[in-house]
Design a protein around this ligand. Sequence first.
Ligand code: BTN
Length: 317
Amino acid sequence: MREKILNILLDKNKEFVSGEEISEKLGITRTAVWKHIKNIKKQGYEIESVTKKGYKIVKCPDLLTPEIVKYNLSTSLLGKEIVYFDSIGSTNDYAKEIAKDVKEGTIIIAEEQVKGRGRMGKYWHSIKGDGIWVSIILKPDIYPYEASFITQIAGASIVKGLKKLGVDSLIKWPNDIIINNKKVSGILTELGAEIDRINYVVVGIGMNVKTIDFPENVKSMATSIRKEGYNLERIDILKEILEEFERLYSNYIENKDKTECIEICKQNSAIIGKYVYVLKGDEKRKVKCIDITENGNLVIINDNNVKEELISGEVSI
Ligand code: BTN
């Protein structure tokens, strides 16, 4: 009921709606409406109430709660089920715990992670309210060796989503999104699989949106949307990413069509045409990146002048 009232108020787009109209629409008393409004206010919504006019939303809280994320979200798979935490260890860890029992498209969102994880066992700094810390649970009918393509879908949807909001960013294959050579977002794709079938894929996306101060050890390499001069809300970015992700993912799964995703990855690549270092354990090789294949693999010319295809790896510019 609370969510229904909230949606009526949000639909009015900052205009007044009378208590009478709400009570008639929902078949509850005006006192019940008033009680729900009181609760909604407690959650951080600023609601103006004026006698004879009714209620209007003045401001929504800067939170990624399920009702705010679901409102006007045009997806039919991603975000139908949302699990929300004010604080959690890691949304990826939680997603893996529940993956087998939930529907494909379920997403886990947290305002803060206290054990946020990056790739290669690194710690991912996830301060409360500063960024988007989200994990998407997928159950694609593909082989485990094909799953790395889903990281490319995530990268493409982040870049495209940001572009729609006026932000230019680039993909540093395979899983970093950068602005002005600094990392603004990272993807951690994890798999629950048997040798020849996938049980689930968890795609973790972390994006620094409002962060101003980074810890010393990442300061020179990290940035945020705000630090780059954009005053965007987390909710708007998250919705764009989810909508783009669903479009590219459905195209891949239902139509086996990877072309748009690969086009986005190629056109917005931070490394194609450049010399980079490929890191593996203690090994560091200087190579030239020349292309991304239709499967999302990186094509390089190695130090012996021989063409090679990389399926995964760590690249430094
Ligand atoms: C990386 O660049 O190394 C990947 C970073 C991924 C961070 C996200 S935040 C949401 C999800 N939960 C985690 O613990 N990690 C991912």
